[in-house]
Ligand binder design. Structure first.
Ligand code: PHE
Ligand code: ZN
Length: 884
């Protein structure tokens, strides 16, 4: 950018003065401005002299002019909070370098040079957890998206691919294990107590995939033989004492490796696959080539400390990072606007994997629940952006449910349109065509057109237009036929006022109410604003089942009666559609009830009708418990708010809670019987036993609502009898919502039982912050002063405050105190960890969709944050978008 601005001076201190931050609006980066980098860096040699408080880095970069790019007399090497200690070009110290906005600019006269740069960093002071940081005495890196520039000066952009060699040395006592990407080439010891290792990664990669780990770790080691016979050593490194909880992660890794061979024809390409678990981490995990770094939350699991949901989380994230080896690493992204190229695709891959490992319908329902809970609100709020954004100020803010989860839905639609075989041909062509390249979303779409034989001309709108399409559907009887009338509307989003109609693939079936059957499912694709589709011989009373399997990520308003929904809830042969019918029944009722348009009688009879539909779910022998448990989950308050133009969170909470009590009261004995039946199933990881645990806790939730004393007594009993975390946490959740000595005793017992196990203590915090107890705000304030609470650990921060922010009843307390708690947190956390702080802006950003009194209080807190001096780029961007 602004190369001429900073005068070049030979004085090192002068350089630093130039680099002093000036308060200014952070620049907007635009997708359309992409240009290739002027230089190629075929080889990078890094030398680390490791220390917790002082690590010395020497980077040797071979640079050559990029014939594909416009020539430049200088090279811009990005830096963030770095000072160059020395810069040499072709063996000569140079002092003609300049600094610009943290970056180092070096003039290069010729076509090829070798640059050597020395820097010193302080990992222990790195609370942002980006770059090289210390965690529990170990050293570890996080480079995606722009962390490498905090280690050394470098063209820190994903389209610069280099072969890395790393030499690292440090005290053997402090850092007995030394790891980096690729293969260990050589290692040795010195007489002074230091040791060293040299690693080489033969695969060219962008800097965001670099990783280094040094620490006192033990490993669970196993081997995997690839389809072509390569023996891969798999290590999972953890702190001593945790190795007994790595078995599930290892099994998940080996299953993922096999599955990707079978399903996508992708084989692993190194002799070593290392995973390291760290307890201080901003995200879930990171796919660094050959050296994944994981949040402990997604590695460690055993029955005593992890719930069934946690086991699924480990399996899914292990798979996700493994699948990145092809969708992300072998084929990477040209620029960060293409993030969904790797993330959307990899999320789809991990979803399909988990569908194959467990119950496919249940997994689909869970994935849709995540989409609706996190992505729909994003798409209808101030932070809405297309899956391929057009601009950003801080890329960390774009690791979103839109890029990840909607991105996965978009690729899933392609798969639905062409079928699994042609989909595999398309992805096969994509991998083959772009192996070793930094590609774009457009490259992916083109490969799907060429390889899968799809015409995606109009479909590309899914990449460029934000907003969740709203579909309306009406079935009209016409003689022997029925005509399906569809219309679509894509709502305006920030920066996109008017939209074009998109292709909406809807799996559709018309049931005959008399026979309970349908004449075959069809894929109906709406491509215009309106469209009509004729179905022949539908019988006397046709019932519409549409968007089966959630084939398109849209909202659907369908003109069907409650009787039809009850029919579909009981008879639809598509499990997702069955779930959806029951959800629609509940959502429809709660919308009416909240709006105040129901008479008391109508409300009572609606509650009764829903309870009897739920009663059929309890009684239906054809359902397995995993699916039954899924059907029993009521839509969340957050999702209900999302279905309303302006939401009153207080009314939503009241009506939903009253419905749950009514169901619990009406079906008390059935729930008790189900709880008793399920309690007899012994612990195992089988679908049957997991299903039993799921319905057990659902039964407690309803019973505690319908008959609090009986529910509490049963929860206490379940807590006492629990031989696994799923039962224990489920029971404690119910107890934490109620007053009394059982609550106090159970929380105390849980704390004492698991003291020292950070992941379980996280649960203890979140069980309280997510609780239905009326005193949550006071509890959260008190917990913030608990000795085990710290702003430095993202898991702990999330467990207390994300739990609270999603707790609609507490967060939206009419006093506005919930908003203040979150704003205070953002202001306190921003200087420590801006990336994590910025994520808490989203809940406040919902202010335009909340009733006026609360809305004003939310907005006032956003304005208060906006005024704070020295706000990070991360938080600043999110707050100004939220107010804008
Ligand atoms: N790329 C990681 C993943 O989705 C996520 C991540 C992003 C981790 C940024 C750390 C920092 O697999
Ligand atoms: Zn990912």
């Amino acid at each position: 950018m602004d190369i001429a601005r900073t005068p070049s001076t030979p004085d090192g201190n002068q350089h630093l003065a130039d680099a002093a931050p000036e308060p200014q609006e952070p620049a907007i980066i635009r997708r359309e401005d992409y240009t290739p980098f002027a230089w190629n860096l075929p080889e990078v040699h890094l030398h680390f002299e490791l220390g917790l408080e002082e690590t010395h880095v020497t980077a040797k970069l071979s640079v050559e002019r990029n014939p594909q790019a416009e020539a430049s007399p200088t090279i811009r090497l990005n830096g963030d909070e770095l000072e160059p200690q020395s810069v040499a070009v072709d063996g000569e110290q140079v002092d003609s370098w300049t600094m610009d906005d943290g970056d180092l600019l070096v003039s290069l006269p010729g076509d090829a040079h070798e640059i050597v740069i020395e820097t010193t960093i302080n990992p222990a002071a790195n609370t942002k957890l980006m770059g090289l940081f210390a965690s529990n005495g170990m050293l570890c890196t996080q480079c995606e998206a722009e962390g490498f520039r905090r280690i050394t000066f470098f063209p820190d952009r994903p389209d610069v691919l280099s072969v890395y060699s790393v030499r690292m040395s440090g005290t053997k006592a402090a850092f007995p294990v030394l790891l980096a990407n690729g293969n260990l080439e050589e290692s040795g010891e010195e007489a002074d107590g230091t040791h060293w290792a040299e690693w080489h990664d033969p695969w060219p990669k962008p800097s965001y995939l670099f990783a280094l780990v040094a620490g006192d770790l033990v490993s669970n080691t196993d081997t995997f033989i690839t389809a072509s016979g390569r023996e891969v050593t798999c290590n999972i490194y953890v702190r001593e004492g945790d190795e007994g909880r790595t078995g599930h992660a290892m099994e998940s890794l080996k299953k993922s490796m096999r599955w990707d061979e079978e399903t996508f024809g992708r084989e692993y390409d190194l002799d070593l696959y290392n995973i390291v678990a760290v307890s201080d981490f901003n995200m879930g995990a990171m796919e660094n080539k050959g050296l994944n770094v994981f949040n402990t939350k997604y590695v460690l699991a055993d029955e005593e400390t992890a719930t069934d949901g946690d086991f699924d989380g480990v399996e899914g994230v292990i798979a996700h990072e493994y699948f990145h080896n092809w969708s992300g690493n072998r084929v990477t992204c040209r620029d960060w606007f293409q993030l969904s190229l790797k993330e959307g695709f990899t999320v789809l891959r991990d979803q399909l994997f988990s569908q194959d490992m467990g119950s496919a319908p249940v997994k689909r329902i869970e994935d849709v629940r995540v989409l609706r809970g996190a992505q729909f609100p994003e798409d209808s709020g101030p932070l809405a952006h297309p899956i391929r954004p057009d601009s950003y100020r801080e890329i960390s803010n774009f690791y979103t449910a839109t890029v990840y989860n909607k991105g996965a839905e978009v690729i899933r639609m392609m798969r639905t349109m062409c079928g699994p075989e042609r989909f595999r041909q398309g992805t096969g062509l994509y991998f083959e065509r772009h192996d070793g390249e930094a590609a774009t979303c457009e490259d992916f779409v083109k490969a799907m057109e060429d390889g899968a034989g799809l015409d995606l001309t109009q479909f590309r709108l899914w990449y460029s237009q934000a907003g969740t399409p709203k579909i309306t559907a009406r079935l009209e009887k016409d003689g022997e036929d029925a005509v399906l009338h569809l219309s679509q509307e894509v709502p305006p989003t920030p920066g996109q006022e008017s939209k074009s109609p998109m292709p909406i693939p809807l799996r559709t079936a018309i049931f005959d109410r008399e026979t309970g059957k349908h004449g075959g499912e069809q894929l109906v694709t709406l491509t215009e604003a309106q469209g009509s589709f004729r179905f022949g011989n539908v019988g006397a009373s046709p019932v519409l089942s549409i968007n089966r399997g959630f084939s398109a990520p849209v909202t659907m308003s369908r003109d069907v009666s409650d009787e039809d929904l009850v029919f579909l809830a009981a008879h639809d042969d598509d499990p997702f559609a069955r779930y959806e019918a029951l959800q629609d029944l509940v959502v429809g009722h709660l919308q009416h009830a909240v709006s105040g348009e129901l008479s008391d009688d109508d409300r009572d009879s609606a509650r009764e009708a829903i309870a009897s539909a739920i009663g059929s779910v309890l009684a239906d022998d054809s359902l397995d418990d995993l699916m039954r448990g899924e059907l029993l989950v009521l839509p969340t308050e957050g999702y209900l708010a999302e279905t309303m133009a302006i939401a009153d969170p207080g009314r939503i909470h009241e009506e939903r809670a009253a419905l749950r009590s009514a169901i619990g009261a009406q079906l008390e004995d059935q729930f008790a019987a189900m709880h008793e039946r399920a309690s007899a199933v012994p612990y195992s990881l089988s679908a049957e036993a997991r299903g039993a645990r799921k319905v057990k806790t659902q039964a407690l939730i309803y019973m505690a609502a319908g008959n609090p004393d009986r529910g509490k007594a049963m929860a206490w009993e379940q807590y006492q009898a629990a031989d696994n975390m799923t039962d224990r946490q489920g029971a404690l959740m119910v107890l934490a919502g109620a007053d009394g000595i059982k609550r106090t005793n159970a929380l105390l017992d849980f704390y004492n039982r698991f003291k020292g196990n950070a992941l379980v203590i996280d649960k203890w915090f979140s069980l309280q912050s997510m609780s239905t107890h009326p005193g949550v705000i006071e509890h959260v304030k008190a917990l913030a002063d608990h000795p085990e609470f710290t702003l430095k650990n993202p898991n702990r921060v999330r467990s207390l405050y994300m739990g609270f922010a999603v707790n609609q009843n507490a967060f939206h307390d009419p006093s506005g105190e919930g908003y203040r708690v979150i704003a205070d947190l953002i202001l306190a956390l921003d200087p420590i960890n801006p990336q994590t702080a910025a994520r808490f802006v989203t809940p406040l950003g919902r202010w335009r969709r909340i009733e006026p009194d609360r809305s004003a209080l939310m907005k006032a807190q956003l304005e208060r944050i906006a005024k704070a001096p020295g706000l990070s780029r991360d938080t600043h961007e999110q707050v100004s978008r939220s107010l804008g």
